[in-house]
Design a protein around this ligand. Sequence first.
Ligand code: ADE
Length: 323
Amino acid sequence: KQEDRIRPHRFADYIGQKDLKQVLDIAIQAAKARGETLDHLLLYGPPGLGKTTMALILASEMGVNCKVTSAPALERPRDIVGLLNSLKVGDVLFIDEIHRLSKMAEEILYPAMEDFRLDITLGKGQSAKTRSLPLPKYTLVGATTRVGALSSPLRDRFGLIQQLRFYAQDELSQIVLRTAQILQTDVSEDGAAEIARRARGTPRIANRLLKRVRDYAQVKAAGTINRYIAAEALELFQVDPCGLDWTDRRMLSVMIENFNGGPVGLETMAAATGEDTQTIEEVYEPYLMQIGYLNRTPRGRVATAAAYKHLGFTPPNQQLSLL
Ligand code: ADE
């Protein structure tokens, strides 16, 4: 699959997240030297920053297999029991969206994480018996966009809890150039920088924009993708120079035009924009906050003066000074 070709497979090829790479590299070297498995690891941060990629790299650096699943796929107890039963010594078990585990799945996971033990109930009611089966030592890697949504008993069972941060522009530029090479597309340095600038600090978005620009260049232009072609293409796809797309801009303009810039409650924003609260919280808001266009306050969301200016409105404090 193309996704697998674009993903880095080794730490050496993974651009950015320097602090996280250092922490994990030390954990890997220490575990390897002691001949032990890695501690359970919780990765959190906005979508598209490389949590799954990091889990796959971790497994390959440890020289073990990685089983990849997602909490919504583990709805019935037998799903997680089956998965745990299939693990071999040292394996990495990656569970995406781990904050969405059902209560029952969580309760199976507690002893499976802490004591490498699988507690199962056989039969029902009065005649029910519990059996305890040993599991091989393995490493659970959990990923979540909302670390606060994890129950504390689950969170407490991870030896390492690490955050992925938004990427710097130059890191995203390097990622675009790397992906362009894999896709056999000619992109100049300034072309890559233009795509990086509009990628909201997120490699998944950078790579997605690169593919759109590549299509555009193939049809509308010839030769290397430079910054003019990149800007033209992304203009057409309504990705503005700050990387905001139509929905981002709509979030801000609804706040400004319908609610005087806020504070607006999350539910109100969801109703007014037709997006669901979780998507607003996990996908749209983190980047708008990161670039200083939105604040979360106890009374609700507030659009900043920078957001007003970006959309061509006069910020409220300046409105006062104009009177
Ligand atoms: N592709 C997506 N994310 C990447 C990263 N962090 N480094 C290199 N290539 C990537």
